[in-house]
Design a protein around this ligand. Structure first.
Ligand code: DGL
Length: 273
C-alpha cells in the first residue's frame, strides 16, 4: 500500500524504458531535479518494444513496473514512448504510486507551440499505430490537424551513433518529406531516441519547425507532480543515480554518453520476474 509520510519525499524516482533511449528522458530529469535520487531500469534484453504487439509491451511494462515498486520509489516515469502509448492505464491499476508517461506532456507542449495548427508526430510503429499522441492532442484541442509518420530506422541510427552523417540525413529526408509537404510548424519527437538526432531532423525540417522533446516536457511535469504532492526531496546534495538493465550492461555503459551526455560508471544486470 502506498502512503505518503515524511520519508516518502526522499525516496528515489523510478524510470523505466525498453533500453537505453530513456536516458534522454532521465537526462532532462537529472538536470531539472539534481537532488533527487533516481533508479533507472532499461529492459535491454527485450528491446525494441516499438515493433512488438500491444499485449507484449503491456506484459513487459508490468514486469518493469513491479521491479521499481520493489525498489520503493515515490513516483514512476514510463520513459518509453511505446510503453507510455499502450501500457499506462494498465500500470495505474497495479499501484497507487503516481505514474507519468511521456505522451501527455509532449502533446500538451505541441498544442501550446503550434501557430498554424498543423502538428507532426514521429515515433515507433507501435506508438504511431496506437494513435496515443493524436488522442492526447485532441483532448487539448480537437481542431488541430495532425500528421503522423513512423521512423523505425532512427532507433538503430541513434544507437550506432550515425546521427549527423549522410545516411542519417537521407533517412530523415525520406521519412520527413511527407510532413514537410503538409507544412507542419511543430514536430513531436515521439520516441526516446529521436532527440539524439535532433540536429539532423532540424536540418531536414528547417528552422521554422519547432521540435518538441517529450523527455524535456515530461521532466517539467515530474517536477510539478512532486511539488503538488509535497514530494520534492529536501536533500541538499546531489541525488545518487542507479542503473539496472536486463542484458548487456557493457554495451549500455559504452553508448550511454550519447544519450545522457556523460558516461555511466556502474550498471547492474538484473532478471525480471
Ligand atoms: N524506447 C522506445 C520508444 O520511445 C524506442 C525503442 C524501442 O522500440 O524499444 O518508443
Amino acid at each position: 500500500m502506498y502512503s505518503i509520510d515524511k520519508k516518502t519525499k526522499n525516496l528515489p524516482i523510478g524510470i523505466f524504458d525498453s533500453g537505453i533511449g530513456g536516458l534522454t528522458v532521465a537526462k532532462s530529469i537529472f538536470n531539472l531535479l539534481p537532488n533527487e535520487k533516481v533508479i533507472y531500469l532499461g529492459d535491454t534484453a527485450r528491446l525494441p518494444y516499438g515493433t512488438k504487439s500491444k499485449e507484449t509491451v503491456i506484459l513487459y511494462s508490468i514486469e518493469c513496473l513491479k521491479f521499481l515498486i520493489k525498489k520503493k520509489v515515490k513516483l514512476i516515469v514510463v520513459a518509453c514512448n511505446t510503453a507510455s502509448s499502450v501500457a499506462v492505464p494498465f500500470l495505474k491499476k497495479i499501484t497507487k504510486i503516481p505514474i507519468l508517461g511521456v505522451i501527455t506532456p509532449g502533446a500538451k507542449a505541441a498544442v501550446e507551440k503550434t501557430k498554424n495548427n498543423k502538428i507532426g508526430v514521429i515515433g515507433t510503429v507501435r506508438t504511431i499505430k496506437s494513435k496515443s499522441y493524436l488522442k492526447e492532442i485532441r483532448k487539448f484541442n480537437n481542431k488541430l490537424k495532425i500528421f503522423s509518420q513512423p521512423c523505425s530506422l532512427f532507433v538503430q541510427l541513434a544507437e550506432d551513433g550515425w546521427i549527423d552523417n549522410k545516411i542519417a540525413y537521407l533517412t530523415a529526408e525520406t521519412y520527413l518529406t511527407i510532413l514537410k509537404k503538409e507544412k507542419i510548424d511543430t514536430l513531436i519527437l515521439g520516441c526516446t531516441h529521436y532527440p539524439v538526432l535532433k540536429k539532423t531532423i532540424g536540418k531536414v525540417m528547417g528552422k521554422k519547425v519547432t521540435l518538441i522533446d517529450s523527455g524535456e516536457e515530461t521532466a517539467k511535469e515530474v517536477k510539478s507532480v512532486l511539488e503538488r504532492n509535497n514530494l520534492l526531496t529536501n536533500r541538499k546534495r546531489k541525488g545518487i543515480h542507479k542503473f539496472y538493465v536486463t542484458d548487456f550492461p557493457s554495451n549500455f555503459k559504452a553508448i550511454s554518453e550519447r544519450f545522457l551526455g556523460k558516461k555511466i560508471a556502474k550498471v547492474e544486470k538484473i532478471k525480471l520476474q
